[in-house]
Design a protein around this ligand. Sequence first.
Ligand code: ZN
Length: 434
Amino acid sequence: MTAMPDVVPAAARAHTEDLGAFVSASPSSYHAAEEVARRAEAAGFARLDETAAWDVVPGGRYVVVRDGSAIAFALPPAAGATTPFTVLGTHTDSTGFKLKPKPTTGRDGWVQAGVEVYGGPLLNSWLDREVELAGRLVTADGVEHLVRTGPIARIPQLAIHLDRSANEGLTLDKQRHTQPVVGLGDVSEADVLAELAAAAGDGVQAADVLGYDIVLAETQPPRAFGIGNALWASPRLDNQLSTHAAIAALLDVAPDDLTGIGVVAAFDHEEIGSGSRSGAAGPFLEDVLRRVSAGLGASEDERARAFAASLCVSSDVGHAVHPNYPERHDPANHPHAGGGPILKINANQRYATDAHGAARWQAACAAAGVPSQEFVSNNTVPCGSTTGPITATRLGIRVVDVGAAILSMHSARELTAVVDPWYLSRAMRAVLAG
Ligand code: ZN
């Protein structure tokens, strides 16, 4: 027998390798928002400052960052007061751990970092990995510094000799069992904050740091593996996979080909309910869309007409059928890895998809030549939710919930098919280009 040849299209492999670069550049939501802006600016988008006046003109392309969220948008040359918006909604944050105040702890010769659980991570997946500290520091001069330390911490699992029942059912206390080790020595002489200040460069000292938002981030690079290298392992696929697919789609559409005002809205704080000034439940997207409408000279009536004709494709990762747990899915709807993007449907509006939104998405997939499949929950296994219903409720815009099928959601290292991020991005592009 010979090894199976590479059956993944070259364009799909290139897309997902680029996703790997995006993920590697984005250990925190702040880095992810900045990476969206960096890519947009490199493609000619103008960076906007929320505290300054905006001069938004037809044919223009812009990007704005608010904390860990980014919104990029492109106007067709013929954009006017009632031109609808086509929004690709995603999120930049991932579940895990956040650094606590008084971050340097430890005992018995170990220096540790004090961390708080962020969202709903699979705690066991974070054990025995070398992780980094990453996020932002704010110094006394008010300047924000993006920082990352490289591998510096590890949450060590207890040896099986000291817990013979570990394989019958591992129970982790969220406080006692999750504090990573970062070094050896006397805790009173160690300073986690000094490591972060050093990572900021520019001579920043720990004493200069008056505030921080710092997370733990997996450091093992994303990679293809498996027969034919058809599988893709990576941290933060939830939901940098969608954020990367969306910005790649927007950057790939020429302004002349946009059917509406194309928007990528990548929100922070989805994993903790979206309730923040930069989250989907906050006003960021509405603020931006209203400022764009105002820039186009729209009256309130014309702005409302534009919103009424708009569409948001809300993309987040979903569950492929796990071969070891197929019974967790609906018996008739079995999304397969490699089977194309999933359309998410829920009777209780945990996903915002309705008949019109579903039809728009299916038409986009067909136009892009991309296979599509549906996700709906088994009635005894309720699904999670996304920013989709929040955006629909917040703005009254029609929303359709979609995503890419993965395994191990909320693990420190998730799994998808190499081809699926590319399929998703191609379908998104078709939504933007009509
Ligand atoms: Zn998500």
